[in-house]
Design a protein around this ligand. Sequence first.
Ligand code: ADP
Length: 485
Amino acid sequence: MAASEMVPFAKSGGLGDVLGALPPALSRLGHEVKVFIPHYASIDTAAFDFQPVDLDLQVEVAGKSMPMKVSQYLEPKSGMEVYLLGNANLFERPDLYVDPATGKDFVDNDERFIFFCRGGLELCRKIGFWPDVVHAHDWQAGLLPIYLKTLYSEDSYFAGVKSVLTIHNLAYQGTFPAKNFPKLNLPPELFYATSPFEFYGQLNLLKAAIVYADKITAVSERYAREIRSSSELGCGLEGVLTERKDDLVGILNGVDYTIWSPSRDKNIPFKYHRANLSGKKMNKVDLLNESSLPIRDKTPLIGVISRLVDQKGFDLVAEAAERILAMDIQMIVLGTGDEKYHSLFSELEQKYPDKIKAYLTFDDTLAHRIEAASDIFLMPSRFEPCGLNQMYSLKYGTVPLVREVGGLADTVVDFDPTTGEGTGFVFKEYTADALLSTLERAVATYSRRRVWTKIMKSAMLQDFSWRRSAERYADLYAGLIGSRG
Ligand code: ADP
């Protein structure tokens, strides 16, 4: 398993959560799992008891030979092993992907992840590990399936090794100038117009990974369909995905309920569960106090925890903001991202100090506290491959208000007042009006305490645990291994 993030070592979003949960879940099912991630400077190796592995390993990238430093950690509970693949020049930086000096991706992200992927294959050989399946996540690990079918296709060590690519977000494709292709160390004739690597004149690593991987998964069933059927959601790769449709499946991410459950959450001051929700109210009072917001018993608190980017629907929130804040609500926002949204929330906070508090930072503990304290969780995404926060919200009885797209559509059921069934509030059209009218519906329902409690309790019963998803991945691997004969 190879990826650029993994909880608890390095995380910028849901990818990190998935890697924190899927590999140990597979281990618990009896599989031998080794996870490779880059050795970022931010990883506290001493805290997790990573041990250096003494290997003399050089990796060739862009015609240069670069040394690879390896550390290993054995997770005692599941037996899963985690390897950090390090090179000081490439990974000892202040961020995972983005250069804080420019606010843009590091210019050598191609070299960083060529090193990671090629180094991963060389590491397998060096430690004598012959994987049945190499499972690569997103473009950063996408060169693994590519190399298995190209540079390493004649290498007897890797004969028969199968590959799976998981797409967590098709909007991030790993595109680089075409002139960078030689950095990959592949024959130049592999790059031509319409080749797997070429996309509108650029080098596109995700596109090539989609072409070369033996199987492709997307992180919800709905998203697996959406990325084939619409150019907006397919981000230009819908044609390639359609060509691979027989090998493309959707497998919904799960939730690690050892971390995200209000009855076990170490980060929240007051634990609670479905049969006794009093702790939830106490978490709300506690967070409102800390956020200098007045305690208003009958006013719903709306939580937002998100990367502040267009994907997450913040242009709708911006358009509707004044009308949202004219309603009887309070709001706590946690997020980082585009400057325009930082300004938006800072300005709203100044204008409505008794209604909205914005924490423009990344803070995992606060994320848990907001989940526990809020009444409504707002996630009006333009597109959402899976989305985790709406699933966390369900467990915390924090009724999600979502747009009917991707994994949000697969996990939240719109409340129907005639039957009393439902776990959240769902709108379809990507418009500020649709968002507002759905929020009005939610706020009106909130005032009907018995009805609201019923929705909370239905939400808290939902079970998106990893085991089921891990079994689906295991079945996929088994099919691949079977196909090897
Ligand atoms: P995405 O992967 O697109 O960012 P997901 O909903 O799949 O969206 O996962 C987001 C994860 O990142 C969740 O675990 C969420 O709590 C976390 N997260 C996002 N922003 C922040 C933040 N500012 N502080 C703490 N956690 C955050």
